[in-house]
Design a protein around this ligand. Structure first.
Ligand code: FE
Length: 231
């Protein structure tokens, strides 16, 4: 009888130990969700530096720069951007780039921003803009592609060109050439001009409808121009 009582005691002890083990296991599993987010944060920043304060990557910076473009001033129906002559220096197959500033390019820097819109003021996404211009000394690069480049508008129809103010060459006032085309649309060939220049008055190609709007005339000029095109 006493032996049977001892056996019951041993079985109870085993049961208690199993119960304790189960409880301990459950407690360990319960901690797992609490540690997981900590591990994820560390993986997101291998150096241990919080990612929130770091600068955004390049694509976001481009968007931020474009976002500073003023909202388009456009009243429907808007007048089409005037077309003017292409001139003798267009070269096909320019590189795709929004900045024409590179080694060897000197002069006053200009950032030109704006929209490509339809006559009913709708933005034209993925419109092609192909820019070419003279350098600060009034010379075109007809051998390579210096100061030549094409780009496409973003989803909101915005573009940004980083370049330098072109120099004068005989018979012309300062100007930047550009071709603008909506996807599968007709090509607008035109030129952009700078306000307040006396040479504008004697230039046979000059059109006041193609004057850029200068926002800041400091060391780095900032200006805007919106193209109105058909598509
Ligand atoms: Fe020209």
């Amino acid at each position: 009888m006493k032996k049977q009582s001892n056996l019951i005691g041993v079985n109870r002890l085993r049961l208690l130990l199993i119960l304790l083990a189960v409880l301990l296991l459950a407690a360990c599993n319960g901690q797992t969700p609490n540690t997981a987010p900590q591990q994820a944060t560390d993986q997101g920043s291998p150096t241990g530096i919080p990612t929130a304060g770091l600068p955004s990557p390049t694509p976001a910076q481009t968007t931020q720069a474009l976002a500073t473009s003023p909202a388009p001033e456009c009243t429907s129906p808007a007048a089409l951007t005037p077309a003017v002559t292409e001139g003798p220096y267009f070269k096909a197959s320019s590189p795709e780039r929004a900045s024409l500033i590179e080694a060897g390019v000197t002069g006053t820097q200009l950032t030109l921003t704006g929209y490509v819109l339809t006559t009913d003021c709708k933005p034209v996404a993925h419109a092609l803009l192909d820019f070419w211009q003279a350098n600060a000394q009034g010379e075109y690069d007809n051998t390579n592609y210096s100061l030549r480049g094409h780009q496409f508008t973003d989803e909101a129809g915005r573009y940004q060109l980083d370049t330098v103010i072109p120099g004068l060459y005989p018979g012309r006032t300062e100007h930047i050439h550009v071709k603008v085309q909506a996807p599968n649309g007709p090509v607008l060939t035109t030129q952009l001009f700078f306000p307040g220049l006396t040479d504008n008055q004697s230039d046979q190609i000059f059109d006041p409808g193609l004057l850029i709007n200068i926002q800041d005339n400091g060391d780095k000029m900032q200006a805007t121009f919106n193209f109105i095109i058909t598509r």
